[in-house]
Ligand binder design. Sequence first.
Ligand code: AR6
Length: 175
Amino acid sequence: MEQNRIAVIEGDITIQQVDAIVNAANNSLLGGGGVDGAIHRAAGSELYEECKKLNGCETGDAKITKGYKLPAKWVIHTVGPIWQGGNYKEDELLASCYRRCLELAEKNNIRTIAFPAISTGVYGFPLERATKIAVTEVRKFWQRNTSIEQVTFVCFSKAAYECYLKVMKEIGVMN
Ligand code: AR6
């Protein structure tokens, strides 16, 4: 059942016991604040060393590294769009982030993956609009064959957690 495959929790993504966690990075992939800073701190300097070799990442795309000191075996780094009012392909680019992460996860036989709310912090993407895109893209991905068994949305605030629950009810993913 689809209900068993999407989870929403309030918490810190760096401590999640899943195969892969997603990082909301920037084009350099060399670290920053927010969830990116937290992931690099928890994974240790080896993550930074591997990221240096990746040659950055385009907005809307994703690249994978090992998780080093994290409980997660993998980190999938994606670069969300900076919100500029909605007329600069922000929706499409954010949807592309989720798709590219899921594609990379599938290629690497990842069964469980946790996402933060990409672009909704420093990058200013409106939370509810971003949440609808996140949930919709995961559902669409599951309409094809996939080895991914569980997606967890990790919310860093009560407000984000409540927003995800509301959107999932509206979309009909849960009762
Ligand atoms: N676990 C889960 N979610 C978190 C955590 C955490 N430990 N820490 C923050 N969040 P942001 P962006 C949430 O700003 O908007 C960085 O400097 C946070 O509350 O981390 O995509 C990068 O290097 C928010 O809901 O990422 C880029 O320069 C969400 O994660 C830029 O920020 C995303 O907030 C990317 O901006």
